[in-house]
Design a protein around this ligand. Structure first.
Ligand code: C5P
Length: 225
């Protein structure tokens, strides 16, 4: 793991006390930690306000914008007050939407979400896509490049493919520490394997936030050695 590599902790909760505990137990470690806030926290009553008051933290707003170009652009403008370091948009919103969002993202890194790590080839067929996961993610990576996005989210299983066409940051969720439960995820990998495959940063939720957070962080550090 290199210095620039980050671990984004998925703060999937609506409970401010729980969140404060997550931050307290993780901010003083050897790792470069960022905090990822998803739809759950961002839509909770005091969520965005809480984030706007956080100082000196790497903030990842996982808003997963998925809309028409005009709405994508105005959403990016509207969320500027958060000063997030990272903001996500679904690549499947289309090239024009990605470009429209990129126009207003300023210092915030605009991150393209490829295909959710909870989907597999069977789920893609169900939705009506004919490509395999690997083909689709490669295609989406090319689109992200075209739209000049700053980073990509994909599963660690596709990092090698994505790297061929997308040379900037690659962030991978779907990470489990050795022996942890898979839950609803399908395309998973351990942190060490994900970095070895070329991920620049990882998103880890339940493997760190369930149970004793400090112990989980120590386990992560041991696994990364
Ligand atoms: O608990 P777990 O480590 O599975 O959490 C993964 C986090 O990454 C969740 O917050 C989820 O919303 C997010 N995510 C994902 N797959 C994507 C994009 C984001 O699992 N493709």
């Amino acid at each position: 793991m290199m210095k620039k590599n980050k671990i984004f902790i998925a703060c999937d909760t609506t409970n401010i006390l729980k969140l404060k505990k997550i931050i307290k137990s993780t901010h003083n470690t050897k790792l470069r930690i960022g905090y990822k806030f998803g739809l759950e926290f961002l839509n909770s009553k005091n969520g965005k306000y809480f984030i706007s008051k956080l100082k000196k933290k790497i903030i990842f707003a996982d808003l997963k914008i998925h809309d028409i170009p005009n709405t994508c652009a105005s959403t990016v403008k509207a969320i500027r007050y958060l000063n997030a370091n990272y903001l996500t948009i679904h690549i499947s919103s289309g090239l024009q939407s990605l470009k429209a969002a990129k126009k207003y993202s300023g210092k915030t890194k605009l991150v393209g979400v490829t295909t959710l790590t909870s989907l597999d080839n069977k789920s893609l067929k169900e939705i009506g896509y004919n490509k395999s996961i690997k083909e689709l993610v490669l295609h989406q990576a090319k689109l992200a490049k075209k739209a000049k996005l700053d980073a990509i989210v994909c599963s660690a299983q596709e990092v090698k493919i994505v790297k061929k066409v997308f040379k900037k940051e690659i962030i991978t969720p779907g990470i489990r520490l050795l022996g942890d439960l898979i839950g609803d995820q399908k395309r998973i990998m351990t942190p060490k394997e994900a970095f070895q495959n070329g991920a620049t940063s990882l998103v880890i939720g339940r493997s760190l936030t369930k149970g004793n957070i400090k112990k989980n962080i120590q386990k992560l550090i041991r696994e990364l050695k």
